[in-house]
Design a protein around this ligand. Structure first.
Ligand code: ADP
Ligand code: MG
Length: 351
């Protein structure tokens, strides 16, 4: 008799997580939210404790031929802090676990920790533990962060309501274009090791890829402005995919407008002119920008409308079958979750 075997590619990352989610039930009264958001929420008296974990794996998430270890350490902290920010919380403590192959020296680990330390200082987080073990397949960094928010302040993915305004911080697509540049320069270097990579022209996009920043500043500013988003997520997989998470969990539709999507000029030009990529596609599906995507009540618009780094890209609708982008030509395109699927059979992205 044959045992049934389902390839992980059939389900994809989200499908697999959904399957795990359906197999787990929580029992404790202090578990306020389990699997399914940017972080878990645990009752801690006056505060809610937020708890998240994110792993970075060599060859999947990073390529050490162009990723300085210091930046990698910084990014490993950032991606976790970003998930705490996405719950409208403040990060407080962190555990760092790593698997190391014998390619890595003590000095290399020290450089990695320089980046980890710098990020912890920047975000005001204490590193309080972790685990270290050997690895046969390169470097694995598994970080877990906790943070807190006042009990009524936690923002989940499921609170968006029709007419809410969809907001996004910063600009999108840069991290993806940065990765394209780094991969191209790597190819050039491999073909001709005398060629020095010319990255100066792409400093912004490359910086977005190698050294993203979590938007803890926005969480603080929204609080100051007296605005509590109705839903929020950080953009790790791409605007389209992450907006669909909000819509799925909030059971809503959405309409966003192509001409409102923030894209940096350098990102735009590099995408269009050098890589022949549609900059909007990069913004929708690129991922790894670690900006915040959130919805606010229409009444709160006045309070944030002049914020220089918050962009208003559309609105939530009650039609859950219509989650669309309105193009500059006024065409309507269905949003699709093309985010990153690390399980796809022939991943060329190196992430
Ligand atoms: P994010 O992109 O915000 O880090 P993920 O897509 O990685 O979120 O995870 C979505 C949700 O699934 C989170 O609540 C996360 O804690 C949970 N999750 C992911 N992997 C597992 C797992 N192996 N077991 C249990 N929960 C998981
Ligand atoms: Mg997230």
């Amino acid at each position: 008799m044959h045992e049934k075997r389902t390839e992980i590619t059939q389900l994809g990352e989200f499908g697999l997580i959904e399957r795990i989610r359906n197999s787990i039930s929580t029992h404790r009264p202090d578990t306020l939210a389990g699997i399914g958001d940017d972080a878990a929420v645990v009752d801690a008296g006056n505060d809610a404790l937020l708890w998240t974990a994110d792993m970075l794996v060599e060859g999947i998430h990073f390529d050490l031929s162009f990723t300085p270890l210091q930046h990698l350490g910084h990014k490993a902290v950032t991606v976790n802090v970003s998930d705490i920010a996405a719950m409208n919380g403040v990060p407080t403590h962190m555990l760092v676990s790593m698997g190391l192959s014998n390619r890595f020296s003590v000095e290399a680990v020290e450089v990695l920790y320089e980046g980890i330390r710098a990020a912890c200082t920047q975000y005001g987080v204490d590193l309080v533990g972790g685990d270290t073990c050997a690895s046969r397949s390169g470097l694995i960094l598994a970080v877990s962060a906790i943070g807190k928010a006042g009990k009524g302040k936690v923002v989940m993915r499921n609170g968006a309501k029709p007419k809410d305004i969809v907001c996004v911080t910063g600009d999108l697509g840069g991290a993806y274009i940065g990765l394209q540049v780094l991969q191209r320069e790597k190819e050039v270097f491999l073909a001709n090791p005398d060629m020095q990579p010319g990255l100066a022209k792409y400093a912004y996009a490359v910086g977005r890829q190698l050294r993203p920043m979590a938007r803890t500043d926005i969480v603080h500013e929204l609080l100051e402005a007296g605005v509590k988003p109705t839903s929020m997520i950080d953009i790790s997989d791409g605007l389209a995919s992450d907006l669909l998470h909000i819509c799925n969990q909030s059971k809503t539709g959405v309409r966003i407008f192509e001409d409102k999507i923030p894209i940096d000029t350098q990102t735009y030009q590099t995408a269009a002119l050098e890589f022949k990529l549609d900059p909007i596609t990069c913004a929708l599906n690129g991922g790894e920008d670690y900006e915040l995507l959130f919805t606010i009540k229409p009444d709160d618009f006045e309070k944030v409308k002049n914020h220089p780094d918050i962009h208003f890209i559309g609105y939530i609708t009650d039609n859950a079958d219509e989650r669309v982008l309105v193009t500059k030509q006024n065409n309507i395109v269905l949003l699709q979750a093309q985010g990153w699927n690390h399980f796809r059979p022939s991943s060329e992205s190196g992430r």
